[in-house]
Write a protein that binds this ligand. Structure first.
Ligand SMILES: Nc1ncnc2c1ncn2[C@@H]1O[C@H](COP(=O)(O)OP(=O)(O)OP(=O)(O)O)[C@@H](O)[C@H]1O
Ligand SMILES: [Mg+2]
Length: 453
């Protein structure tokens, strides 16, 4: 049901408009002046405003400006008793959909109302088409694990239930979240993403809930947060485990009650938002360490989706490669194929960066490599030194060695691995390995390990 707000100081006009519009099946709200109207818009979902130009306290043109500034998606039809063309033209310049003169011709009111709402709907659809284009990739994968993931996506999409998506880096968590949104009834509404890890602790609450003008130094104007921006649509809390505990407490309430206050504000704001969350952390472990609220976890983790790592579904490798090569070709890069021996290397590789790493790797060889069929050597060299550490896992490396030789070889490999993992930071690596930094230094010398800066 479309919702309309009438702002007019004459009670009789409010009443007659309200009755006629209600009869047509619209939800109708009324306000007697601009302040009351703007106040109402902050808490109520409205698609169209019928706005009187001559209002006490705050003039209609100012109200119109404020609406266009704060609620740009709402359409406004201006009503005026003394319509002169100048005011009407001015109103339309500022963004009004059209204007009606008093005394009101009810047929024109209804016609314009329908047109304005239709226009608003088209704008929303347009927006949703754009968000559809934002689905970066098709979900590729035919393994049992991916089948299961796809089934859960399809089953959960149409409901409003919260979904918690977990998986290593680059396994497709964001892709899954977008897909759920696009398959849901909210697909024509906003999909708003918040990367909780990227926002400093002191700003996250204002980012999520917004702030009133003057709430803190630097808050020079009212700002709506992501919860409000996502109203009617989906809010994706990415890297949710990286949120501060105080933000978690507020998010818990917002998620539970679908209401909150902007920072520095007293008014409670109600929203209707579907929450999706993702993390590559192990949340039960974070709860254990008191880094994450258990109650929030239970709220968010209604439907869990665990994405398999690429290592766990190497059967999909071929299809993924085919898909990405095809995609690059469509985008205008020459597409290549991988030789049989090259494929062997790729399927042995551990892919710590998962699909993102695969995609980047393929893009790199496509552009940089001159061979039409990528050879084993090229695969090795474009995968870089990473291949050595993962290839050498397993016993094969140590066969035919004396115990001491094997021990040394293993120790060296382990040190190289952890040094790299910790950015060649000696004290960090030593801590991980449980040895003194001085001890690590002498081992680096002993094994002649190259320490990169
Ligand atoms: N199943 C899949 N099929 C095809 N492409 C995929 C698939 N999963 C992920 N991708 C692509 O891989 C890249 C990484 O995916 P995405 O950003 O969703 O991962 P993520 O889990 O959110 O990663 P991070 O933890 O680093 O944020 C994106 O370009 C995405 O489109
Ligand atoms: Mg992500």
């Amino acid at each position: 049901m479309n919702s309309i707000l009438i702002i007019d100081d004459e009670p009789s006009i409010r009443t007659i408009l309200q009755e006629i519009l209600k009869d047509e099946g619209y939800e109708v709200h009324t306000a007697a002046d601009g302040f009351e109207g703007l106040h109402l818009l902050k808490t109520t979902k409205v698609e169209l405003v019928l706005l009187d130009i001559w209002l006490p306290r705050m003039g209609g043109i100012d109200v119109l400006k404020e609406i266009k500034k704060e609620f740009s998606e709402i359409e406004v039809i201006v009503i005026s008793g003394h319509a002169n063309v100048d005011i009407a033209v001015n109103a339309i310049k500022i963004g009004a959909f059209d204007f009606i003169e008093k005394p009101l011709d009810m047929d024109r009111v209804l016609n314009l109302t329908r047109n304005a709402l239709q226009f608003e709907k088209l704008k929303q659809e347009n927006k949703s088409l754009k968000s559809k284009l934002m689905l970066e990739d098709n979900m590729i994968g035919a393994t049992e694990e991916m089948d299961k993931v796809n089934r859960i996506i399809e089953q959960s999409a149409s409901s409003d239930s919260r979904v918690m998506i977990t998986g290593e880096n680059g396994t497709g968590k964001e892709l899954v979240a977008r897909k759920i949104h696009l398959l849901s009834q909210r697909k024509n509404k906003a999909f708003i993403e918040v990367n909780c890890a990227a926002i400093p602790d002191n700003l996250i609450e204002s980012e999520l809930f917004g702030h009133e003008k003057g709430a803190f130094t630097g808050a020079s104007s009212l700002r709506k947060g992501k919860f409000e921006a996502a109203d009617g649509g989906t809010l994706f809390l990415d890297e949710v485990a990286d949120m501060s505990l105080s933000a978690q407490a507020k998010v818990l309430r917002a998620v539970q009650e679908m209401q909150f206050e902007r920072i520095g504000g007293e008014k409670t704001i109600h929203v209707n938002v579907r929450i999706l969350a993702a993390t590559n952390k192990n949340i039960p472990e974070e709860i254990e360490k008191s880094n994450f609220r258990e109650d929030l976890y239970f709220r968010l983790n209604v439907i869990p989706i665990k994405l398999p790592s690429l290592k766990e579904r190497k059967e999909d490798l071929k299809e993924l490669i085919r898909y990405f090569m095809e995609k690059f070709k469509k985008e205008g890069t020459e597409s290549k194929s991988i030789s049989k021996d090259g494929m062997k290397i790729l399927s042995k590789y551990s892919w710590p960066g998962n699909i993102r790493e695969l995609k980047n790797f393929l893009e790199r060889v496509n552009i940089m490599c001159n061979e039409q069929e990528i050879s084993e050597e090229s695969v090795r060299s474009y995968l870089g030194e990473k291949i050595h550490s993962s290839e050498s896992s397993g016993l094969n490396d140590f066969k035919n060695l004396k115990l001491n030789e094997a021990k040394d070889k293993f120790e060296k490999q382990l040190l190289v691995y952890y040094l790299k993992e910790n950015g060649y930071n000696i004290s960090k690596t030593a801590q991980v390995l449980g040895i003194y930094p001085s001890n690590l230094h002498s081992k680096i010398k002993k094994f002649d390990i190259a320490v990169k800066k």
